[in-house]
Design a protein around this ligand. Structure first.
Ligand code: NAP
Length: 277
């Protein structure tokens, strides 16, 4: 069994981006990302800080906007309008989740698709669907990068994805199709989940349930990608896959932490750099 080291691969990507940003600076172009946080949810603050740190490392200018939890939706939309119109801002990111009185879809749709570095705008999702250029959702894009940089062959392989969310499962399926995998998408209404998973050469798990996938779901020598992030009963970080029982059966597997997680920010940084290219 070989570990797919997301920490190492994401560090390589960030170093490559740092060089690109330095070259852009020499030609007079600056990359900038506006990060908007509504409220002070501690988990969101950690994510926002990690994004700012990654920007600083790579040389991307990050602009922070903190909006009060009780602010109106119109106030947030007004800020997005101003940032859309500001030519010095290349990327705009609204940290989710938003407070309940705000409509996430409406907020995402207000971001210019040309600045939507999260890749959540319907125009970018549509572009992915029909094979046109656009921003791709960062977590699934990170999974593709992990597979490619770990020499996992995708073309012609059977890929089973568990999960069909808009930010992970669905774009993941489209990306694997683009790479010429034969793709099966499973969800909560799927019958015979275990049997289907056992057919997978590449099993991508984004089910949102701690340690759900055990060894009996996995074919010998499969590649397993675990997108999940949770805290277990001992407050330790774990994934959707029961790493202890599954890892001896796999040819390659991502750990949690240190697998898909670090790739999400690396791919966000990649989207920011692409926004000026
Ligand atoms: P989500 O929106 O909760 O989606 C979960 C998916 O799993 C849904 O499509 C659901 O089916 C399906 N599902 C639930 N129970 C199932 C069952 N018993 N059998 C088969 N399918 C089942 O979650 P998400 O946002 O995609 O995230 C998935 C996981 O990835 C979470 O643990 C999340 O924390 C993690 N995550 C990690 C990163 C990262 O950077 N590493 C980024 C995003 C998310 P239905 O559609 O039928 O409900």
């Amino acid at each position: 069994m070989e570990l797919i080291d997301g920490k190492k691969i994401s560090a390589q990507i960030k170093d490559e981006l740092k060089e690109k940003v330095a070259a852009l600076k020499e030609s007079g172009k600056e990359v900038s990302l506006a990060v908007i946080q509504v409220g002070a949810d501690p988990a969101s603050s950690i994510y926002v800080n990690n994004k700012k740190k990654a920007c600083e490392y790579i040389g991307i200018k990050s602009l922070s906007f903190e909006i009060d939890e009780n602010a109106s939706e119109d106030e947030l939309l007004g800020l997005i309008d101003r940032l859309n119109a500001d030519d010095s801002v290349n990327g705009i990111l609204v940290q989710l989740p938003l407070p309940k009185h705000m409509d996430e879809n409406k907020v995402i749709e207000r971001i210019s698709p040309l600045k939507d570095v999260d890749g959540f705008h319907v125009q970018n999702v549509g572009a992915l669907c029909v094979g046109k250029k656009g921003y791709v959702s960062c977590t699934p894009a990170g999974v593709i990068e992990l597979l490619k940089r770990s020499d996992v062959e995708i073309s012609g392989k059977h890929c089973v994805i568990i999960g069909r969310s808009n930010i992970v499962g669905k774009p993941m399926a489209l990306l694997m199709l683009r790479e010429n995998a034969t793709v099966t998408v499973c969800h909560s209404k799927t019958a015979n989940l275990k049997e289907i998973c056992k057919e997978a050469d590449i099993l991508i798990v984004a089910i949102g349930k701690p340690k759900f996938i055990t060894a009996d779901y996995v074919k010998d020598n499969a590649t397993v990608i675990d997108v999940g992030i949770h805290r277990d009963e001992n407050n330790k970080i774990c994934g959707d896959v029961d790493f202890e029982s599954v890892s001896p059966k796999c040819s390659k597997i991502t750990p949690v932490p240190g697998g898909v997680g670090p790739m999400t920010i690396a791919m966000l940084m990649n989207n920011c750099v692409e926004s000026v290219l």
